[in-house]
Design a protein around this ligand. Structure first.
Ligand code: COA
Ligand code: MG
Length: 292
């Protein structure tokens, strides 16, 4: 099952948790963090617990991956979040405000104990950290390259908390492009994820009624090398899925490249329709066809 669209659902909203049954998202992230007010944390945990249990059967070919976002390690809440979620066997945990590989290690140790108690396979629960939510975290994104934790499924980033942390009055310039700070963070997330061999998940488009803007963003995101993208509204899911699915023409072109090299095994470089094609093109074509 692909990992193109990652839809956040507020953990305290029974209505929205029900709604995901009608949405073809690849991943559901039940949020216990920023989408849930302090007074609702316990109610959200209980709903999340029930939802995860109920949807265990949707973890499969036709359903969605079930993830949960716990509260950050600098809060009093994260341990109770894990206790509530783990019996429902979530596929993974989104860790907000992650400060670096040490916190991946810390979460991994907690999960190890819980998996043992619950009789789950060791290391079966994955982790996706939000790597950019403070200035210090944002400046140490490459440190994940040295991480070796088998649970690390990918890296993702967010602009909201970082802009609040640094007092940025804007995240985008007058043309709608990310300002330098956010471009740097995005590029580092992308490169570090590839250096580490895990998924690179692009951040969300908060203007959820702006379908055209999202389509442009998601198309650019895939073209830049991201695996998928975060979403906050059901209306964003199909747009993201489409943007992250290779078109027929792209697949056909990739197949031509693969075939051309297969027909001329001795050649390192050849041409197709007057364009030079060499090894990086072959790597790219195979990746697109899911063969790499
Ligand atoms: N997951 C599931 N269902 C959602 C949803 C979500 N993230 N966002 C909206 N819906 C549902 C609504 O309940 C509504 O359902 P209905 O058709 O049965 O009435 C439908 O989709 C249309 O929603 P709409 O009226 O357009 O939006 P809204 O005003 O209800 O909600 C937000 C807008 C932004 C509050 C909502 O999209 C949301 O809560 N997003 C997630 C926020 C979040 O998790 N943030 C943390 C990560 S940054
Ligand atoms: Mg946040």
């Amino acid at each position: 099952m692909p990992y193109r669209s990652w839809l956040f659902v507020p953990g305290d909203s029974e209505k929205k948790l029900d709604k995901v049954n009608t949405v073809l998202t690849d991943v559901v992230i039940v949020d216990l963090e920023d989408a849930v007010a302090a007074d609702n944390k316990q109610a959200a945990r209980e709903l999340a617990h029930d939802w995860l249990q109920f949807h265990i059967q949707h973890e499969g070919a036709t359903g969605f991956h079930r993830w949960i976002r716990i509260n950050a390690f600098d809060t009093p809440w994260w341990r109770d979040d894990l206790q509530a979620a783990m019996p429902g066997r979530p596929a993974g945990i989104v860790l907000p405000k992650c400060t670096g590989p040490d916190q991946i290690q810390q979460l991994s140790a907690e999960l190890y104990e819980m998996e043992q108690k619950l009789g789950f396979e060791k290391n079966s629960t994955e982790i996706l950290p939000l790597v950019s939510e403070t200035a210090k975290a944002a400046m140490s994104i490459p440190s994940y390259i040295g991480d070796t934790n088998p649970r690390l499924a990918g890296l993702t980033w967010g602009a909201e908390d970082l802009s609040a942390a640094i007092g940025a009055g804007r995240k985008r310039d007058e043309d709608g492009a990310w300002t330098d700070t956010f471009r740097m963070v995005r590029a580092q997330t992308l490169l570090t994820a590839h250096a580490r061999g895990v998924m690179a998940i692009d951040t969300l488009h908060s203007d959820f009624r702006d379908s055209d803007g999202l389509a442009l963003m998601a198309t650019a995101s895939r073209a830049d090398g991201f695996t998928g993208m975060l979403a906050i509204h059901p209306g964003q899911v199909e747009i993201i899925n489409t943007a992250f699915t290779p078109t027929k023409a792209e697949r056909a072109h990739a197949q031509r490249i693969v075939d051309a090299f297969a027909e001329s095994p001795g050649l390192g470089t050849l041409q197709i329709d007057g364009e030079m094609i060499d090894q990086p093109h072959l790597v790219q074509a195979k990746r697109l066809l899911g063969e790499a």
